[in-house]
Design a protein around this ligand. Structure first.
Ligand SMILES: C[S@@+](CC[C@H](N)C(=O)[O-])C[C@H]1O[C@@H](n2cnc3c(N)ncnc32)[C@H](O)[C@@H]1O
Length: 214
């Protein structure tokens, strides 16, 4: 997708413009090692149809393929880890749907692996949660039922299990590493952790969607 606009009206109404692939790659190359770390988390707060996010997923999946391509089960687990680390927000619903679909298609088609159906269902669920129809300024969703944006952390804790914790975007931003309030420190300084609004019991990554019904 290399067109920069859909229509002049959408630019005027929503400021909708897209970044070209060449610029996306040049910008991602500035943080190249992070784009190639399978579990490094990325949030694009104005993700459009996902021009940055699809390239990040492509890069991560190339690493998964080169490391785990000979082991379908490991490939599957690390590929799910890669997709679960990618987050986006956008203000227009059609872009949000397109972004989820592009990420899903890349996940499904990247490598000649026959995913288990439960895996594809899990990825659909993760993308549903991670790519949010919302306003990155008000920090709220923009559907009929406006509420604070909530992100799920999917922590792979071993044995294929995932520990999910939900955080409001507001809470994450209020802890987003300032000099006085660091998220990480190698110097022994006190560090601060955002408070989850909800925690879930660990489940296998194929079952992440089941928690909603429990
Ligand atoms: C520079 S464009 C980048 C789009 C996309 N990241 C890309 O690179 O293709 C910024 C986008 O932010 C969207 N936008 C404007 N206000 C927003 C808001 N409050 N929340 C989320 N997105 C917003 C605009 O519609 C615009 O398409």
């Amino acid at each position: 997708m290399d067109a920069q606009i859909v229509s002049r009206k959408r630019v005027a109404d929503h400021g909708e413009v897209y970044t070209r692939k060449r610029e996306v790659n040049a910008m991602l190359n500035l943080v190249k090692s992070e784009t190639e770390r399978i579990d490094s988390r990325f949030l694009e707060p104005a993700c459009g149809t996902g021009n940055f996010l699809v390239e990040i997923l492509n890069r991560k999946l190339r690493v998964v393929e080169s490391r785990y391509g000979k082991s379908p089960l490991e490939y599957e687990r690390y590929a799910v880890m890669a997709v679960s680390s990618i987050y986006g927000i956008y203000i227009l619903e059609d872009n949000v749907i397109a972004c989820r679909e592009r990420l899903f298609d890349i996940f499904e088609q990247h490598f000649a692996i026959l995913y288990r159906e439960a895996c594809l269902d899990a990825v659909r669920y993760i993308l549903e949660r991670n790519i949010i129809w919302g306003d990155a300024l008000s920090l709220c969703t923009v559907d009929d039922d406006t509420r604070p944006i909530v992100f799920s952390e999917w922590a792979f804790i071993g044995g294929g299990k995932v520990k999910r914790r939900d955080f409001t975007f507001h809470e994450l931003l209020s802890f987003a590493g300032t000099r006085d309030n660091p998220l990480f420190s190698e110097l022994g300084d006190e560090v601060f952790f955002p408070e989850p609004m909800r925690e879930f019991a660990p489940v296998h990554y194929l079952k992440v969607a089941d928690v909603e019904s429990s």
